[in-house]
Design a protein around this ligand. Structure first.
Ligand SMILES: [Zn+2]
Length: 186
């Protein structure tokens, strides 16, 4: 499990990195960490990732309800609308304590290309079958893959990477996006 104070700092640090490395734009993308059996820290909806403050992150229960002990800075904020996707990962994977969702341009470009990603270079990447439009369709597609994969490419949308800690989930995303950039679809 990750200590809450450290989780808040890491989410802010890696949110800024996501922005700087163009893996998200503006308020896109979201990060979370499990800091207790019933407590998850998650980025708020609508705020850009480049300038978050640790106190602006929200604490939610495993069911996605707002938890006790919010900071005053989070009082008017709401959790990311993509929170259910994160909660699904925590429910299915007790070994996972961090989830990063981003919109990495090269991976998304590959997910839309007719040609498949070279499987040898992406052995652990699960890819959803179709460009799902609804959130619930996304969740079903993720649930089918997350048991076997630490990285999922949501076709036409973005990436989901999970790990024991935030830095590892971020590093996995960054490595996949670098590999996708090198193997750009023709
Ligand atoms: Zn998204």
């Amino acid at each position: 499990m990750i200590a809450e104070e450290f989780a808040r700092e890491e989410i802010v640090r890696l949110g800024a990195l996501l922005h700087r490395n163009e893996l998200v734009h503006g308020a896109e993308g979201n990060l979370s960490a499990r800091v207790g059996r019933e407590r998850i820290i998650v980025t708020p909806a609508g705020l850009p990732k480049e300038s978050l403050h640790p106190a602006q992150l929200l604490a939610v229960t495993a069911a996605g309800e707002l938890a006790d002990r919010q900071t005053p800075a989070a009082a008017r904020l709401r959790p990311s609308t993509e929170l259910p996707m994160h909660l699904g990962c925590y429910r299915q994977r007790t070994d996972v304590h961090a989830v990063v969702h981003a919109h990495p341009p090269n991976l998304v470009a590959w997910s839309m290309a007719s040609e498949a990603l070279p499987a040898a270079r992406f052995p652990n990447l699960g890819v959803t079958a179709v460009a799902e439009r609804s959130a619930s369709a996304h969740h079903r597609a993720i649930a089918a893959l997350i048991g076997q994969h630490d990285a999922i490419l949501l076709r036409g949308h973005g990436s989901l990477t999970v790990a024991r800690d935030l830095a590892t989930a971020y590093a996995l995303l960054a490595a996949l996006e670098r590999a996708a950039a090198r193997a750009h679809p023709s």
